[in-house]
Design a protein around this ligand. Structure first.
Ligand SMILES: O=C(O)CCC(=O)C(=O)O
Ligand SMILES: [Fe+2]
Length: 277
């Protein structure tokens, strides 16, 4: 039984489009939509390409999209992590990058999570060269490793992501069946777990210009990129500000980004003392 699906859902309060997105999220574990501001996405991608070119000692690319897709012609797998670190540090140093990231996904976040949010302090970057097995993420759920079940991941591609050049996700109904017999996998490797779920996985098709929001309580991960071009994606966690936290704490890992005035008032309120009716 999927408890989330059994909670009361009073009708007529959420807008029909929010209801539709919510149903999709509950049933499929993810939603995909065009970014809210395509020009801002281009600016973020272009800034990223400039930082990457600088790190590699190259002139800024005339076609940043092709440059990113073809980065495997400029960098060996051994040098990939240094490139990844240079680019993500450079992006996180841009004072506007997280604001743009949030704005791109804001309609999805407000429909799925709420309008009073905490956001991960640092954006993460994943680069996967064709055929490279050095930076893979085996099957996992973030909630197994210190994330609160209230967190969602906003996953943003800078190139078209499809087939093995994307991530996989196990949908909720299939996930429940596997989780019910999780003890069977005790002591086995993640390869066994992957083999058990492989046929049920969704390989999310997220073209450049769209953004994915997924439920990190579900099993997900990636495999070797067997397509001919390089994957570039960022990910960042969000949660409702006042929902429970786990290992990733408010103030350390998460920062409040859209605190509303009534919450400010509530948090600073002290009952006046000394007056007894
Ligand atoms: O990008 C991927 O392939 C996996 C990302 C992931 O595990 C996450 O963002 O939690
Ligand atoms: Fe994850």
């Amino acid at each position: 039984m999927n408890y989330a699906l059994t909670l009361p859902r009073p009708e007529g309060f959420l807008h029909p489009d929010e209801v539709a997105l919510g149903e999709q999220y509950l049933e499929q574990g993810h939603v995909i939509a065009p970014v809210a501001d395509p020009g801002a996405l281009d600016r973020l991608r272009d800034a990223m390409a400039v930082i990457a070119a600088r790190h590699l000692g190259l002139e800024p690319a005339k076609d940043p999209s092709a440059f990113l897709d073809d980065i495997h012609s400029q960098v060996e797998a051994v040098a990939l992590n240094a490139l990844r670190m240079a680019v993500i540090n450079g992006v996180n140093d841009l004072p506007w990058a997280r604001k743009v990231y949030f704005e791109l996904a804001r309609p999805l976040l407000e429909a799925i999570v709420g309008n009073e949010l905490a956001m991960q302090r640092r954006l993460n970057l994943s680069i996967q060269l064709p055929g490279d097995d050095s930076s893979l993420l085996a099957v996992h759920a973030d909630v197994w490793d210190g994330d609160s079940p209230f967190e969602v991941v906003v996953w943003l591609p800078f190139v078209d992501c499809y087939d093995t050049k994307t991530m996989f996700l196990l949908p909720p109904d299939k996930g429940q069946l596997v989780e019910a017999r999780m003890a069977d996998f005790d002591g086995a490797g993640t390869d066994d777990l992957f083999a058990a779920i492989e046929d049920d996985l969704i390989w999310v098709d997220v073209p450049y210009g769209s953004v994915l929001l997924f439920n990190q309580n579900l099993m997900h991960g990636n495999r070797i990129n067997r397509e001919g071009s390089t994957r570039w994606t960022m990910n960042c966690r969000f949660k409702a500000l006042f929902s429970p936290y786990a290992g990733k704490r408010l103030g350390e890992f998460f920062e409040p980004i859209t605190v509303r005035p009534a919450s400010r008032v509530g948090m600073s309120h002290e009952l006046p003392g000394g007056f007894v009716e």
